[in-house]
Design a protein around this ligand. Structure first.
Ligand code: EPZ
Length: 421
């Protein structure tokens, strides 16, 4: 249902926020249930729209899922119904392409809809397809579907990624774990979600080494078994609320945040005037001084500055004490929040992949439109610091990646209310 969020600006965020489980680890972890007929139990799974979409796709494929008493999500694929992931599921959530690797790997075939375009960029999956072909799958593209088949199984090999890809690496891992022989993923993504995902596969009986470095080695095994696994905290959610805290000149304990997963981001935030003190169960974040310093960034693959924290950071820079530039190197169209921020009084000019932000004293509340997940939360942060009232429309973008955002922020003094459209 179309919903919108009313935000009255001006409050400082003060208190504690419990960071939920990582969306971008949960989604591949759920797809890994296709690799075995034993139960896979995932704890600390965030209650997000994308998780519901993944449950629906897995149910369609024949994976049973249930929420156990302790809140874990238990998935079991012991009665596969089909190896087709239809367009309707994939268009809603592009991470559905993560069904490709496990279906080819365990069942020898898959028919997965091409995801099509995405608001933030073309986001092809050519690298996913090449990885399957390098492992020996026959792949054809017809009627908008990727049809992959490997009736005699996959054969281990070197899988090269000319561009490192997070879900591309995860699909390649799921394909290689049951392949015959040894595979190496070259130019592998090193994001913490990829490292933890490889750890999950190893707990399920895989033999993966080198994850977290550019070369991951996988010794194929006969089969995988079930596992119980805890999803790590969501570093992007934590970074989002760290920015919101500094922007509102607040002081918040981000409980569960793992600073090592955010080093480049946290160092940038510190240069911009934020402070983060590691404490037993997370980090305490607040602003060091009265002003926010303009600090330029370029997004990059891990361990560089994360693209998923670019939009949020732009909001912070709109009230910095000077000019900064933000270069988006990962996606070609990830500045759609900029025009909306300008409607709130920000001074931002875009030139190709670089946005120049000239700080203004204050933003002013307005009706704004969310366009994608991280853009939507950058507008929420803008609403928190703007004078007056802001209404963010098309909230479904926000609910894909932020569990109970108004509950968490209102608990720290924000004034946010969800309205029926
Ligand atoms: C993952 O997307 C994340 N999603 C994204 O988070 C994140 O922004 C992105 O990694 C980068 O960190 C999940 O993990 C579910 P990529 P992914 O493949 O894997 C190009 C969020 O907000 N590319 O690493 O799709 C691609 O176009 C979401 O939580 C190809 O050209 O990103 C991009 O320019 C948004 N061909 C670059 O590589 C391919 O086959 C990196 O994309 C694959 C990727």
């Amino acid at each position: 249902m179309l919903q919108k969020m009313r935000i009255s600006g001006g409050a400082r965020l003060v208190g504690t926020i419990d960071i939920s489980g990582s969306k971008n680890l949960t989604l591949p972890a759920m797809m890994a249930s296709l690799l075995t007929d034993h139960p896979l139990s995932l704890s600390n799974v965030p209650r997000l729209a994308d998780v519901v979409s993944a449950i629906e796709l897995l149910d369609y494929l024949g994976v049973n899922s249930s929420w156990s008493g302790d809140g874990s999500l238990v998935l079991r694929c012991n009665n596969l119904k089909t190896t087709e992931a239809p367009y309707d599921f994939v268009r809603k959530m592009r991470a559905s392409v993560l069904a490709l690797g496990p279906l080819v790997s365990r069942f020898g075939r898959a028919s997965v809809s091409l995801p099509g375009g995405c608001a933030i960029g073309a986001r092809g999956i050519d690298l996913h397809i090449k990885a399957m072909q390098q492992l020996g799958a026959e792949v054809t593209i017809e009627n908008g579907y990727i049809n992959a088949s490997a009736p005699n199984g996959l054969v281990g090999c070197d899988i090269n990624f000319p561009v490192s890809s997070v879900t591309g690496t995860e699909n390649a891992l799921m394909a290689a774990v049951l392949a015959r022989g040894t595979s190496r993923i070259l130019n592998a993504a090193m994001e913490p979600e990829v490292v933890e995902f490889a750890n999950l596969l190893n707990v399920m009986g895989a033999n993966i080494t080198g994850h977290g470095t550019p070369i991951i080695t996988i010794e194929g095994v006969e089969s995988l078994h079930g596992a119980s696994f805890e999803i790590m905290p969501d570093r992007i959610e934590a970074g989002t609320y760290a920015i919101a805290t500094v922007a509102t000149n607040g002081s918040v304990l981000l409980r569960g945040c793992v600073p090592d997963h955010l080093s480049s981001f946290l160092e940038t935030l510190k240069s911009a005037g934020g402070v983060y003190d590691p404490v037993d169960d997370g980090i305490l974040v607040y602003r060091r001084q009265d002003e926010i310093e303009p600090v330029s960034i370029c997004t990059a693959q891990y361990p560089g500055y994360p693209t998923d924290l670019q939009a949020q950071y732009m909001t912070l820079m709109t009230i910095a004490n000077g000019a900064s530039s933000i270069t988006e190197n990962i996606f070609e169209n990830r500045f759609m929040h900029a025009p909306e921020l300008c409607r709130m009084g920000a001074n931002i000019t875009i030139n190709g992949r670089t946005a120049t932000v000239i700080g203004v004293p204050e933003l002013s509340g307005a009706q704004v439109m969310a366009t994608d997940l991280r853009a939507s939360v950058s507008l929420v942060i803008a609403g928190l610091i703007a004078g007056g009232e802001t209404v963010v429309n098309r909230l479904y973008h926000l609910d894909r990646g932020y569990e109970n955002i108004e509950g968490k922020l209102n608990n720290c003094g924000a004034d946010m209310e969800r309205l029926k459209a």
